[in-house]
Unconditional design. Structure first.
Length: 427
């Protein structure tokens, strides 16, 4: 009875949160918060009405798989902004609902994790629904929950997510690092999914541009929301001068233009690769030193956090990537994580709330150098750096958890902890 009441409360909160996010995006502030959704509609209108498809007929900023979630709302309408936006909200709501249903199968902890995730979505605001990241976030949740007993399914889901928005592909790295059979359980499922996508693109005549999403963003500058842009944003706000910006019209992002920011943007490309390599090394150490499976989720959180922090791009929807590892950790049975996990969960909620303060509500003020919004962004960015440090702490703790200790029992393993070590065919 208690479990049923918890589930009822979670579903009631689910309905309220998603109704509110849809209302903000479709009715209250569509231009500010759902601009990208209308861009998706326009791309799909070109495809359905004129036969001009992204990737198939030219380079595209997104992987080819992103066409699938974009075209589904277009089956209802690709001409009406409102109708398409409603269809998009319905799609995201259904996917989130599937993820919440999976969480509720984990009992009390699953209900707690679902409640935290709903709080996160509400804190992040309409951008949590009005971007492609709103589609891949529930896919990430499902993949991390499946990893415990079905690592091949997890690898397939992560690859599907990566062909929609690249970030989920990063989680394949910790999954492979801690896997006992990485080729069979990670590489082959990922390769199979990729082969299907590439074959479909080839049939459509777009093979030459199937990897264009990897090159179309190389010339991007330092985006104003990025962590590395914080000193310039704060400095210009304190001076009372408007930020020196340019609009990247192709990607619809604002970037800093002082000469030194160009060098910073180039350096971040290198730093991101190096930090990902260092994270992989730490995940490997934690997996070999302690219980391999325990390194998976903090490793995923670390890599995804680095993709946000050590990045010249700092779009607000990127925070959607960070919630799924926290959700999976909260849903898992206690592994004596100590204080780092609740600290990370609380920190991420605050960071999400500050992100909504900046975008969409304070974005115009940020562009004109308003100090209050700039400070909110700066605090948010500091919290994201703190999240990286907490993820490192989680990995260190995983590395100190010996396989022979009592905590290795099922009762102490988090969701996803035994994924690489368990035979997925075992009962």
């Amino acid at each position: 009875m208690l479990l049923r009441s918890r589930s009822t409360a979670v579903w009631a909160a689910f309905a309220l949160v998603h109704a509110w996010l849809a209302y903000v995006g479709v009715v209250l502030a569509p231009a500010a918060s759902f601009h990208d959704v209308d861009l998706y509609r326009w791309w799909m209108w070109l495809g359905t009405a004129h036969g001009i498809w992204p990737v198939l007929d030219g380079p595209w900023v997104y992987p080819a798989g992103a066409i699938v979630p974009m075209v589904l709302p277009a089956l209802g309408s690709a001409t009406s902004t409102t109708a398409y936006a409603i269809g998009w909200c319905l799609l995201v709501t259904i996917l989130d609902g599937v993820a919440v249903a999976a969480l509720l199968r984990h009992g009390r902890r699953g209900a707690l994790a679902a409640a935290w995730w709903l709080a996160f979505l509400a804190a992040l605001g309409p951008v949590a629904m009005g971007r492609l990241d709103g589609v891949v976030a529930p896919v990430l949740v499902l993949a991390l929950l499946a990893a415990a007993r079905r690592p091949r399914l997890a690898a397939a889901l992560l690859t599907v997510g990566a062909w929609i928005k690249v970030a989920p592909g990063a989680v394949l790295l910790p999954l492979a690092v801690v896997a006992r059979r990485p080729v069979r359980d990670v590489v082959l499922p990922a390769a199979a999914v990729s082969a299907v996508v590439v074959a479909a693109v080839a049939v459509g005549g777009g093979l030459a541009d199937v990897g264009s999403f990897l090159t179309t963003q190389t010339g991007r500058g330092l985006q104003i929301e990025s962590v590395a842009a914080t000193p310039w944003i704060i400095g210009q706000a304190v001076d009372g001068s408007e930020p020196v910006l340019r609009l990247n019209e192709e990607l619809v992002t604002w970037e800093l233009t002082p000469p030194e920011t160009t060098d910073v943007a180039k350096a971040l490309d290198v730093a991101l690769a190096l930090s990902a390599g260092a994270a992989a090394g730490l995940i490997w150490w934690a997996g070999r030193r302690g219980r391999a499976g325990l390194a998976l989720l903090p490793g995923a959180l670390l890599l995804l956090s680095l993709l946000v922090v050590v990045n010249k791009v700092g779009s607000p929807q990127y925070l959607s990537w960070l919630a799924p590892p926290v959700v999976a950790l909260l849903a898992g049975r206690s592994a004596r994580w100590g204080r780092w996990l609740p600290s990370a969960a609380a920190l991420l909620l605050v960071a999400a709330g500050l992100t909504q303060v900046v975008f969409p509500w304070g974005y115009e003020d940020l562009l004109t150098g308003e100090l209050g919004v700039a400070l909110a962004l700066a605090v948010r960015n500091v919290l994201l750096v703190g999240l990286v440090l907490l993820a490192v702490a989680g990995l260190v703790q995983a590395g100190r958890t010996e396989a022979g200790r009592t905590s290795a029992s099922d009762a102490d393993a988090p969701a996803g902890a035994r994924a690489p070590d368990a035979d997925p065919a075992s009962p």
